[in-house]
Design a protein around this ligand. Structure first.
Ligand SMILES: Cc1cc2nc3c(=O)[nH]c(=O)nc-3n(C[C@H](O)[C@H](O)[C@H](O)COP(=O)(O)OP(=O)(O)OC[C@H]3O[C@@H](n4cnc5c(N)ncnc54)[C@H](O)[C@@H]3O)c2cc1C
Length: 324
């Protein structure tokens, strides 16, 4: 049982771990899970190499309230500062591991599921930033189909429809389960013949739905094109065993996701476009916090905002939650 499990090792995730260490929580009680091979992936990927990293980015005040703080720096200096924070505080980071979902037990502790394992924690801090985006197929999606093609299932309510889900990972299985619950006729198109990428729970669930004739699975199927038929997608497959088929909707689950979709899938309440947050960046789920860019509104925050959001959250955690 970890005291704090942190999803995402960027400025916000690293700084809440550092704040936790500085408030006497043992490093063995803090776990960071990062989906990339290295920390601060968004900074490494999106910042141009010669960029000046400004402390008052987008007009956010450059005033630090917690342990971590930066002045204006180069990209490399910023990364080195975050590197040093991980090393000097002996932070335990699991890299190349993606959190898919979690749930809260009756005793208010959390179980967090990743593509590799599962963990228990008293507090969960989500610090995944706002830069994720879903992968798209290689063929063209006609613009006339924009209202019937989706890359997640939360932005529009899909009910009583004939839906094709494309993919073969955990999210594809979860989308099928969710769509069946909403009274849809569901078909899953998957390129391979076995579900090797799914965890046990999702594989068992999708196979059970197939057994109950609630989901049709097109194994070893490759879509070659989509055509518009009065606003509905006509799907053409490479394999002759699958004839051209008309669906009401298509949902692609080809990896990658938007952060708001991730939050909705795990059950965080939204008010319109924004997740509901109480004081100190706590969500409507007790013990579950949103930090960094996720806590800064639609356009995101800054590095110092991320550091300060961690400080706010740890103050609440120390005050209201009993931590060993
Ligand atoms: C081009 C650009 C320039 C910018 N310039 C500046 C600047 O000069 N100064 C400044 O202060 N700010 C700047 N910003 C903003 C700043 O980078 C962000 O505010 C800051 O990085 C937010 O930190 P974060 O920890 O919330 O999110 P991120 O930095 O986005 O980190 C999120 C981490 O979570 C990981 N993750 C995502 N999903 C999962 C999952 N499911 N499971 C596990 N891990 C996951 C990601 O791989 C990533 O490492 C800039 C942003 C951009 C895009």
């Amino acid at each position: 049982m970890y005291d704090i499990l942190i999803i995402g090792a960027g400025p916000a995730g690293i700084s809440i771990a550092v704040e936790a260490v500085h408030s006497q929580i043992g490093t063995d009680k803090i776990l960071l899970i990062e989906k990339a091979e290295e920390h601060s992936y968004a900074i490494k990927k999106y910042y141009p190499d010669k960029k000046l990293v400004t402390a008052n980015y987008k007009g956010f005040e450059a005033k630090c309230t917690g342990v971590m703080c930066i002045p204006d720096l180069t990209k490399q200096e910023t990364i080195s500062y975050l590197d040093k924070a991980i090393k000097e505080n002996n932070l335990n980071v699991k890299y190349s591991e993606t959190v898919w979902k979690f749930h809260q037990n009756e005793d208010k502790t959390f179980v967090v599921y990743t593509d590799k394992s599962q963990y228990e924690a008293r507090i969960v801090a989500i610090a995944i930033g706002i830069l994720g985006k879903p992968n798209k197929p290689e063929y063209i999606i006609p613009s006339a189909l924009k209202n019937s093609v989706f890359f997640e299932v939360t932005s529009t309510q899909i009910i009583d429809s004939n839906v094709l889900v494309v993919g073969g990972g955990d999210t594809a299985s979860e989308y099928c389960q969710y769509l069946v619950q909403n009274n849809n006729e569901v078909t899953l198109s998957y390129r391979k013949k076995d579900f090797t990428r799914m965890n046990d729970i999702n594989r068992i669930s999708i196979l059970a739905l197939e057994q109950e004739n609630k989901v049709k699975i097109f194994y070893e199927s490759d879509i070659v094109s989509l055509e518009n038929r009065d606003g509905k997608p006509l799907v053409k497959f490479k394999q002759e065993k699958y004839p051209d088929m008309l669906f009401d909707r298509i949902v692609y689950s080809l990896g990658g996701t938007t952060p708001s979709n991730f939050l909705k899938m795990i059950g965080i309440e939204f008010d319109g476009e924004e997740p509901i947050m109480k004081e100190h960046h706590e969500t409507s789920v007790p013990g579950l916090f949103l930090l960094g860019d996720l806590s800064a509104g639609k356009k995101g925050g800054s590095i110092i905002w991320a550091f300060n959001s961690a400080r706010k959250a740890i103050t609440k955690i120390r005050k209201d939650y009993i931590i060993s």
